[in-house]
Design a binder for this molecule. Structure first.
Ligand code: ATR
Length: 281
């Protein structure tokens, strides 16, 4: 039997850890798979996904900047992908792709499992309203956080996300400029890609305190400015997105292969790998 083909589609894709993660999961679970990385710009995405399907691709992970595009390219969507308007896990059906979104559950598993945080009733600030923010917001609400405040550079997108979440008494869009008036949060999630452009929204220190967990959905260099801000502001926890990356991958793996791998050894391997990269720099 041919080895099933999987891939991650992104732009850029060179530094994606997904091929490494899925190869490790496959070894751990004794499941043979071929997982590659496909670089596709926004213009190339549709053709690249079509070519991957034509070549026998059965599953794809989708990441920056294509998650909303991917949802639109699917024939069918899971409820959580529909709510997010963004897909990170595509599975090939008889006639087309089925889209799902494992980012939110991946984040919640990382925070409640690996970091042993109790999310219930946490007053939460979500910074950003793009694909990444849309992916995690429903899962945070489902995990029992308290009020959710959403701020975004483009306020209309924060309004649109708040509307889409359909919990008006609990979800509050606000202006970035008004952050100072919002007091302290128990959980702050940075879901912007601002640091990729060398920028970070100006955040008042008053947002974080001794109870605050601050989480950046990215990892590596781009997570540094936000996590440094969080530590300087006195946050109790400053957590990057590497654990979420491994957890969302395990959820995708389970959807495709019907069995969930143990994420701890793979997380430890990636931490070591990244530390070695930094040392080599
Ligand atoms: P992703 O899938 O990473 O969410 P996206 O959908 O392009 O990608 O969303 C990027 C997010 O980062 C958005 O919230 C975006 O704000 P806008 O909606 O105003 O574009 C935010 N973002 C990107 N660059 C930013 C910057 N320099 N300052 C503040 N926010 C920024």
């Amino acid at each position: 039997m041919a080895i099933p083909r999987f891939a991650v589609l992104a732009h850029p894709v060179a530094h994606s850890l997904s091929p490494r993660i899925h190869a490790s999961f496959g070894r751990q679970m004794s499941i043979a798979l071929d997982y590659s990385a496909i670089d596709a710009t926004a213009e190339e995405f549709g053709n690249a996904l079509g070519a991957f399907a034509a070549s026998g691709g059965v599953g794809a992970n989708i990441t920056l900047p294509h998650k909303q595009r991917a949802a639109a390219a699917c024939d069918t969507l899971s409820e959580r992908a529909r709510r997010a308007g963004a897909a990170n896990t595509l599975t090939r059906g008889a006639t087309g792709w089925h889209g799902d979104n494992t980012d939110g559950v991946g984040l919640v598993r990382d925070l409640t499992g690996r970091h042993a945080l109790d999310l219930r009733a946490r007053r939460t600030l979500l910074i950003g309203a793009g694909g990444a923010a849309r992916g995690v917001a429903p899962a945070l609400l489902d995990a029992g956080i308290g009020d959710l405040f959403i701020v975004n550079r483009t306020p209309e997108r924060a309004d649109a996300l708040a509307d889409a979440l359909e919990q008006p008494g609990r979800v509050h869009p606000r202006y970035l400029d008004d952050l100072k008036a919002l007091g302290e949060f128990d959980l702050i999630v940075n879901a912007t890609s601002a640091a990729r452009e060398g920028a970070m929204p100006a955040l008042p220190m008053s947002l974080a305190g001794a109870r605050t967990a601050a989480v950046d959905l990215s990892y590596g260099e781009v997570a540094i400015p936000f996590l440094a801000w969080a530590r300087a502001a006195g946050a109790h926890d400053a957590i990057d997105g590497l654990g979420m990356l491994v957890e969302q991958a395990a959820e995708s793996f389970a959807l495709w292969h019907g069995a969930r791998p143990d994420t701890d050894p793979v997380f430890a391997e990636l931490r070591e790998h990244r530390a070695a990269l930094v040392t080599a720099d």
